[in-house]
Design a protein around this ligand. Sequence first.
Ligand SMILES: Cc1cc2nc3c(=O)[nH]c(=O)nc-3n(C[C@H](O)[C@H](O)[C@H](O)COP(=O)(O)OP(=O)(O)OC[C@H]3O[C@@H](n4cnc5c(N)ncnc54)[C@H](O)[C@@H]3O)c2cc1C
Length: 439
Amino acid sequence: MKRSFGQAVFWAGVYIALSVLPLALVLVGPLPVARGFWIEFAVGLGFVGLAMLGLQFALTARFRPIAAPFGLDTMLHFHRQAGIVAFMFILAHPLLLLVLHPVFLEFLDPRSSIARALALWVALGSLALLVMLTLWRRPLGVAYEWWRATHGILALLVVFIGLVHVLRVGHYISGPWKQAVWVAMSGGAILLLLYSRLVKPLLLARQPYRVAEVRPERGDSWTVALEPDEHDGLDFTAGQFAWVTFGPSPFSLEQHPFSFSSSARRSGRLEFTIKELGDFTATIGKIPPGTRAFVEGPYGAFTLSPDASAAVFVVGGVGITPVMSILRTLADDGDRRPLLLIYAHSRLDAMTFREELQELSTRLDLRIVDVLEDPHAGWDGESGFVEPRLLERQLATFQPLAPEYFVCGPEPMMDVVETHLIGRGVRLRKLNSERFNIA
Ligand SMILES: Cc1cc2nc3c(=O)[nH]c(=O)nc-3n(C[C@H](O)[C@H](O)[C@H](O)COP(=O)(O)OP(=O)(O)OC[C@H]3O[C@@H](n4cnc5c(N)ncnc54)[C@H](O)[C@@H]3O)c2cc1C
């Protein structure tokens, strides 16, 4: 599956149209008495901010047709940025009104209406908490799973109170059909949340998997093999990933994204190779065979185009997993396109898939360049970090026509490699990146 520019433009257009739909609604029908530019501007910010907040649910609902042209990681990064913009718009709405006309303080004053003031303070507080927890989750030590659970609830609360506020003020929402549009938009957001947190797990429950094998790999990693439990399994394109839950229920808060590491041609059995990096992944090696698992996917656009003439992979550490799936699949296909793998890892003995990569290089037209961060005595290959001069040295020896590039690894490495490749004139549509830290 590759990114389509046309589809991306279409979905971006839909997003913008829905964000400004509340403003367009205002212009339909007779206009109420004007109250001055800045007041209307503040109201407009509130409207657009609330619409953007509702759309946040669509960005995280993991709809494959919407995510495909962008890549799910890009969608989630956009979700994060859009959330901050929506927060600023919504916050600017009361601030501007209060500064321009202190009479609006009445809305937040419990002496005027305790229910209204309480609801608005709860909405503003929830929104601030939502953004704060997202920006500073790690320093605050909040576990990802708990953050994700509260994130949805807080967002829902803000959208609901926002809707009631818009309807109760009713300045631009006088007619019943305008109210119906607002209710439908907010209802849509709530349905999206229910879909991703309730309907999707229910659908997953109908297609369970069983852990068939857990085997150790070099580099503190484990390969977990899953087999479908009385169904046909799923098809994926090499390089994609899925959200995986281990245990009896698909409703678990522990749902993690992992790239398929197995060949896309071996239908049925799926393999994921997982590095021990945190609370959950440190327990992977202890999962007993026979454990139930649920696989939501496939997602992602980190995939090789069928018409690419060649490919260059620049990976670091566990970033090898999606590339391993691509290489295994190409080997199963008997593909002979030229391939270059620049693989950075700490030491040779910590190189995940070391033996199999050697074997694959005999079946494919594949050259492997190891980059050791901590080289042993006598190592005469590349060492240190992947940096522009190293890239230039290696790319100079690999000059087939316009290869596709794949970058996956630690953030600093990805930043350096992407910047260098773009500076080298590599077109964005030829550059595929997979970032493992989307949250
Ligand atoms: C598209 C994609 C593909 C990935 N493929 C692989 C792979 O093939 N092999 C591999 O070892 N790792 C992969 N990862 C990374 C893997 O998902 C995280 O290392 C893992 O979720 C960390 O969980 P933890 O509880 O052990 O670590 P923690 O220390 O609890 O978390 C470390 C960080 O990982 C992220 N994270 C934690 N839990 C989740 C979650 N449920 N969903 C999303 N992010 C989370 C958060 O940013 C968190 O701060 C991939 C990530 C993404 C986004």
